[in-house]
Write a protein of this length. Structure first.
Length: 363
């Protein structure tokens, strides 16, 4: 390469780094619930096994980012979470921004202020890191687009990669109704770096409901980071990897062909396996409450009796997610209202299509 070419590249880079624009961009992004669970990772947020999730619609984070690019001293000036300054979140986001600056060279010369609000209750068994990090990744991608720095040939992969580095499951919230993250031979375009849409599912699965049965509102007993760490030395690690691949294959086949019984059996097997893995790990966290177990028994018994298509799953907590197709809606709502068990709340949600832009203002 000639010296002149090198000089031109240097000039272009610097011109681009100093391009000064400012504005406010806002995205709303939903949470998701995993049907095949992501539990265990290696390297830098690389999943131990592939996972598949249902994107929710109603439980969302609404995030606004005020930005000013091309300044001398960039950085994250302020983070407001549900209207309050949060130094914890600010330092978490600060290190995430540092990581993603590797492929966003304009970030160190950009000043940012972030405001994020969740429209669902805290500690209700709904992953707020998935909705929050995916909304924020969309905002950052939006700024990159304004700077002509979003790779237009694969914007979802680029944004998913960013979201994943903030919180693994966040890359599964960008689109919907179902997302797969992690390498598998079952889907050609699947990747460890970002999630891809699972489309062409049978009409039975195109619109699923998820009612979250809230039985406990304590903050998470085990952080995601510590939880994933429990898989590093887990005695069942390699068996879990095989099981996740096997369950993913079966789940995908069931979703393509409309096979509810297989769907139900895989989804519940995954939920119980996630908790069994936790309980059988070194520190043995037991996240269920008595009412979690009572609800599982009750749901299985009434399903057997009334032959209702429904399946429960659990996140890393005590609350249940009850999934059912549209045709079972009235029956399920009825049985929940009349159940002989207590719940603190029922939160009703359903399949959604992921993140959406709410505002994009440039003065
Ligand atoms: O994305 P993280 O690091 O919060 O991990 C999510 C882990 C589970 O919610 C338990 C399972 C999953 O696949 O979402």
């Amino acid at each position: 390469m000639t010296l002149l070419k090198l000089f031109l590249i240097f000039l272009l880079q610097n011109l681009f780094l100093m391009k000064e624009i400012q504005g406010t961009i806002g995205y709303s992004s939903p949470s998701n619930i995993a049907l095949v669970k992501y539990w265990g990772k290696h390297g830098f947020q690389v999943p131990m096994n592939p996972s598949l999730s249902m994107t929710l619609e109603n439980c969302r984070s609404n995030t606004r980012v005020h930005y000013h690019t091309g300044v001398e001293q960039g950085g994250l000036e302020q983070v407001l979470f549900n209207g309050q300054e949060s130094s914890d979140l600010q330092s978490k986001l600060g290190s995430w921004l540092e990581h993603i600056s590797v492929f966003l060279p304009w970030l160190p010369t950009t000043r940012l202020r972030v405001e994020t609000v969740n429209n669902f209750p805290h500690a209700a068994g709904i992953a707020s890191s998935a909705s929050g990090m995916s909304a924020l990744a969309m905002c950052i991608a939006g700024i990159a687009r304004h700077l002509g720095q979003l790779p237009e040939s694969h914007p979802w992969a680029f944004t998913g990669h960013m979201a994943r580095l903030g919180s693994g499951s966040a890359c599964r919230s960008l689109q919907g109704p179902y997302m797969l993250w992690g390498q598998t031979h079952a889907l050609e375009n699947a990747s460890d770096e970002y999630a891809v849409v699972v489309d062409q599912v049978h009409p039975l699965f195109q619109h699923l409901h998820d009612t979250i049965i809230v039985v406990d509102q304590q903050p998470k007993a085990v952080s995601s980071r510590a939880g994933h760490g429990l898989m590093d030395m887990h005695p069942y690690r390699s068996a879990r990897i095989s099981q996740a691949h096997y369950n993913l294959d079966r789940l995908l086949q069931a979703m393509y062909s409309g096979d509810w019984p297989v769907f139900e059996s895989v989804v519940e097997n995954e939920a119980l396996s996630l908790h069994a893995l936790m309980m059988s790990s070194e520190q043995g966290p037991l996240l269920w409450k008595g009412s979690t177990v009572e609800w599982m028994h009750y749901l299985r018994a009434i399903r057997r009796e009334l032959q209702i298509p429904m399946a429960f799953t659990l996140d890393a907590g005590a609350n249940l997610h009850l999934l059912y197709p549209d045709e079972a809606r009235h029956q399920v709502l009825d049985l929940l209202q009349n159940a002989p068990l207590a719940a603190l709340d029922f939160i009703h949600d359903h399949t959604g299509m992921g993140a959406r832009c709410e505002s994009d203002d440039r003065p």
